[in-house]
Design a protein around this ligand. Structure first.
Ligand code: ADP
Length: 355
């Protein structure tokens, strides 16, 4: 199955797209490009404008200003059915009175695909999502996960150039979710030319599936990069804490180094003078002596199977450390020493007043 559908071509571009409801700007001059065949996750808290961005691509909301391009073509003024996009939303949204095969055929009928062709296209889409044997059933006769597969089959049946997924897994339980994540990754490998825009507030989904992640915060694009870039070298505190867990410590950068409380910390790379935030990922903090050594007291300890998560009060703040499961873990109140390598610490601009 190849993305050729309505001929818009693959690839998405937001050119300064602003959307407002009743004068409230909920998407503020978004500039973002999704390359042909790329999976872009829109990650951010609830209400940050992710779904609105997706709906602007689908054609369900009209930007107050800016343009939307699909495959290089300006589609801002096109109705949804002429954009060649497939969309899957959180709540399956299948027609309850139609059989699975009729649900999947729906978009093809709307596109006036010849009847003789519809049957084959429906079978193909159902096969791709592992639902080939369920065509005659009604949605109520399927589990939640199966219904979502049908919704994905319906989106794929029109052979979209662009697939829009809006929290497609959030109605499923955790175990199903991880299975479906793998399924989506497989589907993308089978359809490498289809661009995917994937809305989620779940960082695991974003880190697992996306080639790049666009981090949204209060109607604005905060950061955009590969999962690795955003995880290893986040540009700001919001991104650091939204993509993975992060210790964010207030530090002062002086002529003679970085001070955390009374302690001098070694950090790799050049940094501007003044107040800053030190970001260290919890799994990069070690227990015991080492570089950037910090004495502290254990305030909480959580066993997580392969790791112990320690919360340790040190002079100047509290650190979270994920250490490999310990045979003889410390107990509450124990004095411990933590350390981290200079190259594992990132200095970020101090964000005053950002919650
Ligand atoms: P997200 O997907 O990141 O949770 P949304 O794009 O759904 O965020 O919403 C962004 C903001 O726009 C929210 O404050 C939401 O309440 C508002 N909003 C969304 N849809 C409408 C609408 N149809 N009318 C008015 N406000 C809306």
């Amino acid at each position: 199955m190849s993305g050729s559908g309505s001929g818009s071509g693959s690839g998405i571009r937001f050119d300064s797209v602003t959307v407002a409801y009743d004068g409230n700007v909920v998407l503020d001059a978004l500039d973002l490009t999704v390359a042909p065949g790329e999976v872009m996750a829109l990650l951010g808290p609830s209400g940050s404008g992710k779904t609105t961005a997706l709906r602007a691509v689908a054609g369900f909301v009209r930007p107050a200003s800016g343009r939307v391009f699909l495959g290089g073509r300006d589609v801002t003024d096109l109705p949804p059915y002429r954009r060649g996009v497939g969309m899957v939303v959180q709540q399956y949204a299948l027609f309850p009175h139609l059989r699975v095969e009729e649900n999947v055929a729906f978009g093809l009928r709307a596109q006036k695909v010849p009847r003789a062709e519809i049957r084959g296209r429906v079978a193909e889409a159902l096969e791709m999502t592992g639902m080939g044997a369920y065509g005659r059933r009604y949605p109520r006769e399927l589990s939640g996960g199966q219904q979502q597969r049908v919704a994905i089959a319906r989106a794929l049946a029109i052979r979209p150039d662009v697939l829009l997924l809006d929290e497609p897994l959030s109605a499923l339980d955790a175990r199903l979710r991880s299975g479906m994540l793998a399924e989506l990754a497989r589907l993308h490998r089978e359809l490498p030319e289809v661009s995917i825009l994937y809305v989620t507030h779940d960082q695991v989904e974003a880190l697992t599936l996306a080639d790049r992640i666009a981090v949204m915060d209060r109607a604005r694009l905060r950061a955009c990069g590969t999962p690795k870039e955003l995880y290893r070298a986040p540009a700001d505190e919001f991104t650091a804490s939204f993509v993975g867990n992060a210790n964010l410590l207030p530090v002062t950068v002086g002529e003679d180094g970085v001070l955390f409380g009374e302690r001098r910390i070694k950090v790799a790379g050049e940094v501007p003078l003044g107040a800053a935030t030190l970001c260290v990922r919890p799994h990069l903090i070690g227990l015991g002596d080492g570089p950037n050594q910090l004495p502290g007291a254990v305030r909480e300890i959580q066993w997580r199977g392969a790791t112990h998560r320690l919360f340790v009060d040190v002079d100047g703040g509290r650190l979270m450390a994920d250490v490999r499961e310990l045979r003889d873990p410390p107990v509450l109140g124990d004095a411990v020493t933590l350390h981290f390598a200079p190259e594992d610490a990132v200095l970020l601009p101090a964000e005053v007043g950002h919650e």
